[in-house]
Design a binder for this molecule. Structure first.
Ligand code: GTP
Ligand code: MG
Length: 271
């Protein structure tokens, strides 16, 4: 992969058994954001995902063991960080995300100064739809996240996500192993990082198989809920510890210190 420039972007594509779709995804990125390298993260696919990705002109990180989505995305973030990229945008390998939206996500990352920009199918009424179960889950997580994040998030399960180097630094050290999207929002918020949503159209999956089956939806909900609450509890504990360590303030004086304890490097998310 070529050495990145100062404004460099890497597109990462997590893929598990996406032989039928991944080639078109890579070609679309090359068409709409020419010159930007594409790294397909193959998680020990059983089909020819690796061959299809390479034939379309992508670099491939072929993992020797199946890590799951979070582990695989973290491997991509780690590599991007070590190679010195400034921005990374994740695009799914199943063809649901439209590469034409990538320039707007990148532009928002650059101009807003936000650490994360989410391609959201709901932040405007843009005609995107999703299954009933998924829609209910998204509604539930929106309500749950609102008080934690202090602002609404319309599409908390979107995998169409861009990050800047500050977020890359955190995520390359620590990232949820499974279903990372919702937990990463909580981690970002706890570090005073900001996110913004950009309206994007998302297509329905036309090939391959979704990793979120009906049976897995319940597991997903419980898993993500636990992950979020563990993060919140960890943070509250650190906050209390930080407060106890502070010397008493004489009446009428202000410390001028942060009111919240800083998060030590390497701490953040559980698996
Ligand atoms: N590396 C890796 N990628 C995965 C794994 N499971 C899913 N993916 C990829 O992650 C992306 C998102 O997974 P999907 O199963 O499409 O999940 P989704 O988009 O939330 O669900 P649908 O809307 O039903 O497609 C796709 O590109 C998958 O190929 C995995 O275990 N490892
Ligand atoms: Mg999908």
């Amino acid at each position: 992969m070529r050495a990145p420039g100062p404004e460099s972007l890497l597109v990462i594509v997590p893929a598990f058994n996406e032989e039928a779709a991944v080639g078109d995804v890579v070609r679309a990125v090359h068409t709409y954001v020419p010159g930007v390298p594409v790294l397909v993260l193959d998680d020990c696919s059983l089909d020819n995902t690796v061959g299809a990705a390479r034939a379309a002109g992508a670099e491939v990180l072929a993992l020797p063991h199946h890590l799951g989505l979070g582990g695989c995305v973290q491997a991509g973030y780690k590599l991007a960080h070590e190679l010195g990229f400034q921005y990374v945008i994740r695009v799914d390998g199943d063809g649901q995300h439209d590469a034409r939206d990538i320039p707007r996500i990148l532009e928002t990352l650059k101009t807003s100064g936000c650490e994360m920009v989410i391609g959201s199918r709901f932040s405007e009424d843009n005609g995107s739809s999703t299954g009933l179960l998924r829609a209910l889950g998204i509604r539930f997580f929106r309500m749950m996240l609102r008080p934690i994040l202090g602002k609404p998030v319309h599409d908390p399960t979107s995998g169409f996500v861009g990050v800047n180097r500050k977020a890359l630094e955190v995520f390359s050290r620590s990232f949820p192993l499974e279903y990372p999207e919702i937990e990463t929002l909580v981690v970002l918020q706890r570090r005073r990082f900001r996110f913004e949503e950009v309206p994007c159209k998302m297509r329905k999956r036309t090939t391959g198989r979704s990793s979120i089956t009906a049976a897995k939806s319940l597991y997903y909900m419980v898993h993500v809920l636990l992950g979020v609450f563990v993060n919140v509890l960890k943070y509250e504990r650190r906050l209390r510890r930080g407060r106890q360590a502070e010397p008493p303030v004489p009446p009428g004086e202000s410390t001028g210190r942060q009111t919240k304890a800083p998060v030590p490097p390497g701490e953040g998310v559980g698996g």
